[in-house]
Design a protein around this ligand. Structure first.
Ligand code: ZN
Length: 405
């Protein structure tokens, strides 16, 4: 069977049904609430893969939080390609604000609604159906195709981090990240550093400020420095036609850091978090130097105060992949074959599991999947069925091109 024949075999009804099934299994991770993990949806994915006679690996990343991997093909036959999705979804928030049930999986006017419909149970379902079409077609692969359903992308990405430590993870050659990007081929993703800045002063009575050192004053200076930091990062990072330039956004301010807040007490410590978004270019050291300089200026504003920063959850640098990479050429060919159109290139506004794979394993990644880029994490999240079907077709054509014997 040739690639176009397999592409034409994608069954729209089956793909819609699988996507709705996945949306209907809630997988918001609520720490401290027993059972509120990815376990149920991961079990569904595992069963489905076993029924399709994939080789299945289940890696328990944390209690009740397994990565599920479905594998086709032979390790010795060539490279290993990952089609990657995550099983967790963000909270539905206030369900009363939704016009459709957040976990109903309603299908109305060519759209499937629900939390995770775009981000990213549709992308995961498209990857699963694409792999099943290849297996059912009895096609010999020149390598291995792995469908990975990972946990915790919306959290600390422990699923992707864990995958990088496993034998199959270390053997990956390239990955397609099936996140909602309107089926554009995204070769760049913005990076992120959450810089938690701590100002340490000296506690005192609010009526006698000269007796203490007020760390809140230093934080004020830090916040005034944020636009200058942003300007410097914009000079340091490369411009990209597909990505917004770097941004520095204060998101959390807290004082006191511990104990009771009282109107007549100068606290000993104050903290602010800067959400720093990056485009490709500088390494972690260069970014760190800019943050050091910002803290130094805040410290100079208030003698006796100590200002330092720390990256919450490490650095996720911006990623970029060359157009000449075989996986990119396979995607370009795949989009042409599956849609009959020239591919559109785009960029990912945030970081994904692909960031971890790129930084840790050094493998090329391409992000491409169904769903409006703006819709994730909103109420009335949906995915267009037409984009969903197109994504599955693209995955088939790209995988067969990349894994041609
Ligand atoms: Zn996602």
């Amino acid at each position: 069977m040739r690639a176009p024949d397999v592409v034409s075999r994608i069954d729209e009804g089956e793909l819609i049904a699988l996507t709705r099934d996945l949306v209907r299994i809630p997988s918001v991770v609520r720490p401290g609430e027993p059972g509120a993990t990815e376990a149920a949806v991961a079990a569904h994915v595992e069963q489905w893969m076993r029924k399709e006679r994939f080789e299945v690996e289940v890696h328990e990343v944390a209690p009740g939080r397994p990565n599920v991997l479905g594998i086709l093909g032979d390790r010795d036959a060539g490279p290993t390609l990952l089609l990657e999705g995550h099983t967790d979804v963000v909270t539905e928030g206030d369900a009363a604000l939704w016009t459709r049930a957040p976990f109903g999986g309603d299908l109305v006017d060519g759209k499937i609604y629900g939390r995770g419909s775009a981000d990213m149970k549709s992308g995961l379902a498209a990857a699963m159906i694409a792999a099943a079409a290849i297996r059912r077609g009895g096609i010999d692969l020149g390598g291995r195709l792995v469908v990975g359903a990972l946990v915790d992308e919306e959290g600390d990405m422990i699923g992707a981090k864990h995958l990088c430590t496993t034998p199959i993870g270390r053997e990956l050659t390239a990955a397609i990240i099936c996140e909602p990007e309107e089926n554009e081929i995204c070769l760049e993703q913005r990076g992120v550093v959450w810089a938690r800045v701590t100002a340490r002063g000296r506690m005192a009575h609010g009526a006698m400020p000269e007796a203490g050192v007020n760390p809140i004053v230093a934080l004020g200076a830090l916040l005034r420095e944020a636009p200058a930091l942003e300007r410097r990062l914009r000079k340091l990072c490369r411009r990209s036609p597909h990505l917004r330039p770097p941004t520095v956004t204060p998101t959390v301010v807290q004082a006191p850091v511990q104990g009771v807040a009282q109107s007549n007490v100068i606290p000993s410590m104050a903290q602010a978090t800067l959400d720093v978004r990056l485009t490709p270019g500088p390494d972690a050291e260069a970014i760190g130097k800019e943050l050091d300089a910002t803290c130094e200026r805040a410290q100079e504003a208030l003698p006796g105060c100590e200002v330092s920063w720390q990256a919450v959850n490490g650095f996720r640098l911006a990623t970029q992949v060359d157009k000449d990479e075989p996986i990119v050429r396979a995607m370009v060919k795949g989009v042409r074959q599956a849609t009959g159109r020239a591919p559109k290139f785009g960029g990912v506004p945030g970081s994904t599991d692909g960031t971890i794979l790129r930084m840790t394993l050094g493998i090329p990644i391409v992000t491409c999947g169904p769903g409006n880029r703006q819709i994730p994490h909103q109420v009335d999240e949906y995915v267009e069925v037409s984009e969903l079907v197109e994504a599955a077709r693209i995955y088939v054509a790209a995988a067969l091109s990349f894994l041609e014997p």
